[in-house]
Design a protein. Structure first.
Length: 86
């Protein structure tokens, strides 16, 4: 049992907390702009609104970046979202 030995208890506690943090990881948000066609739809679940598209789903992000207009008319925008309370 890990609770008899203080070192094992600490190690188990650290591993448990590490696993819990990994499960609660924030998704990566990516933003894209398409100024030439502000209401363009890419697939059934991704549509630009006023030229801006913000996604957190990695499959949709890959779909946008594989689109033929990506790099020519569709561009990725740096998006900084800090949810920490300081």
């Amino acid at each position: 049992m890990p609770y008899k030995d203080i070192q094992k208890r600490r190690r188990c506690s650290r591993e448990s907390k590490r696993r819990a943090r990994a499960r609660q990881a924030q998704p990566e948000f990516r933003a894209y702009i398409f100024p030439e066609q502000p209401f363009y739809r890419i697939g059934p679940n991704a549509a630009f609104e006023h030229g801006l598209l913000i996604l957190s789903d990695s499959k949709l992000q890959e779909m946008v970046e594989a689109h033929r207009e990506y790099g020519r008319h569709i561009f990725r925008v740096a998006l900084v979202m800090d949810f920490s309370e300081e």
